[in-house]
Design a protein around this ligand. Structure first.
Ligand code: ISE
Length: 341
């Protein structure tokens, strides 16, 4: 079987990371096309995928016979237009999170995918492919520790770029906890509340960080999330799950510890690309395997829509300081039997 020819839309940080994994770490796919308006980024991307051809428009890549599938890693505001074009061409597409910036546009994508009649969109909630989260889900499902009571989550970034807005704390960062809480508990999120913690004054004045986010599922599990994007020292995503009969902790810094000269030293991740490297690889490998048969193997557009509804309530909560209730539309039959990892 020949490799799946993949077009990368958006060759920034994440786009380039996906190019490297498709070219060097996974099997069955090759990057054949690049769609990136910024010349510098395009040049960097070409170094990672020398045989890929550059296109200035998605419509031109769609007409090219070397392109079988798409990875969208452009800014979220551009996703809807790209997804719509790709769906019309009936091609498989992996779309980075958030799929769209709000629930209304997510619904338009759901409608478009249903009109095509084929699940072609897989969404980049990579935590679902992380060994720690999968293990924790198994603990919860098996019930051997009794019922899950609560989750204490820490989501810490060393720093964020200047274009990172306060709202991104919810739609770009906490969106991961929003998706993974449903994955872990098999229950939808019923409400969300946001508290501002003491502001880290090392931040630029306009960034109101860190925050504490309280998510509650329909089944009654509460997750308390410290969302902190300016910890300076490195990148951490950790969870402590409290059960009736025990505790499970995931996400501790892994790797070796060295004892030397009266000190002990370990190395911390600097960003998500290393912390979740194995999860990203597995996610894209599974997507490639499924895309070759015109299907998906991971979070769907429906999962992205559910997250978008919680994000909308979260944005209200960020500004109101109140507990906001989340409402969803009914799940269409079309999205009912999706094979997940
Ligand atoms: C970034 O976009 C990600 O998706 C990372 O996983 C998250 O930790 C970070 O906060 C986001 O900005």
């Amino acid at each position: 079987m020949t490799d799946l020819g993949v077009a990368i839309i958006g060759a920034g940080l994440m786009g380039q990371d996906h190019i490297s994994r498709i070219e060097k770490r996974i099997v069955g796919a090759t990057v054949t096309a690049l769609i990136e308006p910024d010349n510098e980024r395009l040049k960097q991307a070409k170094c990672l995928a020398p045989s890929a051809r550059a296109f200035d428009k998605i419509s031109k890549a769609i007409k090219d016979s070397s392109v079988d599938a798409y990875v969208i890693a452009s800014p979220a505001l551009l996703h809807e237009e790209a997804l719509t074009e790709i769906l019309l061409a009936k091609k498989p597409v992996f779309c980075e999170k958030p799929m769209t910036p709000d629930a209304v546009s997510a619904i338009r994508i759901l409608d478009a995918e249903q009109n095509i009649g084929q699940k072609l969109i897989q969404v980049g909630f990579m935590r679902r492919f992380d060994a720690g989260y999968i293990e924790l889900q198994n603990h919860i499902r098996s019930g051997h520790l009794g019922e899950l009571i609560t989750l204490h989550c820490a989501h810490r970034n060393a720093s964020v770029p200047d274009n990172y807005l306060n709202e991104m704390l919810i739609y770009d960062s906490v969106v991961h906890e929003i998706d993974i809480l449903r994955f872990l508990t098999d229950s939808s999120i019923a409400s969300i509340e946001v508290k501002h913690l003491k502001r880290n004054k090392l931040n630029r004045d306009t960034l109101n960080d860190p925050i504490l986010v309280i998510l509650e599922t329909l089944s009654g599990v509460t997750a308390i999330v410290e969302m902190n994007v300016s910890v300076q020292f490195g990148y951490q995503v950790k969870t402590e799950a409290v059960f009736q009969k025990g505790i499970v902790e995931i996400g501790r810094t892994s790797g070796s510890t060295t004892w030397q000269d009266g000190k002990y030293i370990g190395v911390e991740n600097l960003d998500f690309r290393t912390r979740f490297a194995a999860a990203y690889d597995l996610q894209i490998q599974k997507w490639v395997n499924a895309a070759r048969h015109g299907s998906i193997d991971g979070p769907s557009a429906w999962d992205a829509y559910l997250a978008a509804q919680v994000v909308e309530a979260g944005l209200r909560a960020l500004h109101s300081g109140m507990r906001e209730i989340v409402k969803y539309r009914d799940q269409p039959e079309f999205y009912m039997e999706i094979k997940e990892n």
